[in-house]
Design a protein around this ligand. Structure first.
Ligand code: DX5
Ligand code: ZN
Length: 221
């Protein structure tokens, strides 16, 4: 299976979101990465829940890849109209009842992904064997675009890959943070399936969106 692209909308031109989304939709991109932040779990606010809901109405081909960086993430599911076809990543570090939150995502017909921040050991995944469809490996500290990759991220990706392969279920591995032109191939070789493309690739300066998407797709094959 080829690597799949999930461009990060928070890195796009905020004044032209609909045309940015449509352009991606027409380029055969599989997912659109929608970051939601509550300003408490991470010290930043980005796309709001209503916008994330309205994105659904303009998508023709892409699926929503929603990344919730918030405490009590389940509070936002209705507002985002979480449902069929969505990937929904919630942070292991964001809830005392993360198992129930993952169950809720599944009950709504969406794919539950467990997001783990750089300081969270991959071993925690062993408690989620039958509850997740994927893991979102944060290769930067969540909250901001444009950060450098965290030391040890490649070993982390490989370790997550080995753990989820041992579950003997087809669990996807998504990487998020500094997925750059020169690092994405190595991330792929460590076992990544879905690539969140932000300011260090698809939205980097000096390259047209269609060229950038084409280049990225080639690199993550
Ligand atoms: C950061 C977000 C990422 C970010 C990626 O918390 O989860 O989606 O936008 O952007 P870059 O590629 O610049 O790290
Ligand atoms: Zn993200």
């Amino acid at each position: 299976m080829n690597g799949m692209l999930s461009p990060s909308l928070m890195c796009a031109d905020m004044l032209n979101l609909q045309s940015e989304i449509t352009a991606l939709d027409n380029l055969g991109v599989e997912y659109i990465h929608l970051d939601f932040m509550d300003g408490k779990f991470v010290p930043n606010i980005t796309l709001d829940a209503t916008l994330i809901k309205s994105v659904k109405s303009v998508l023709k081909n892409m699926k929503r890849d929603i990344h919730i960086m918030a405490y009590e993430p389940e509070k936002y599911f209705d507002r985002m109209d979480i449902g069929d076809g969505d990937i929904v990543s919630v942070h292991y570090e964001s809830s005392d009842n993360i198992h129930d939150v993952l169950k809720l995502i599944k009950q709504r017909g969406a794919s539950p992904f467990l997001a783990i921040s750089p300081d969270t050991d991959a071993d925690v995944l062993n408690d989620f064997r039958d509850e997740i469809d994927g893991v979102l490996v944060m290769t930067v500290y969540p909250g901001f675009a444009g950060q450098p990759i965290v030391e040890g991220s490649f070993d982390k990706i490989s370790k997550v890959r080995n753990i989820i392969d041992s579950f003997d279920r087809n669990i996807l591995l998504e990487v998020d943070g500094h997925v750059s032109w020169d690092l994405c191939r190595k991330m792929r070789s460590c076992g990544a399936d879905i690539f969140v493309a932000g300011s260090s690739s698809v939205y980097s300066k000096g390259i047209d969106l269609d060229q950038a998407v084409k280049k990225m797709k080639e690199l993550i094959k």
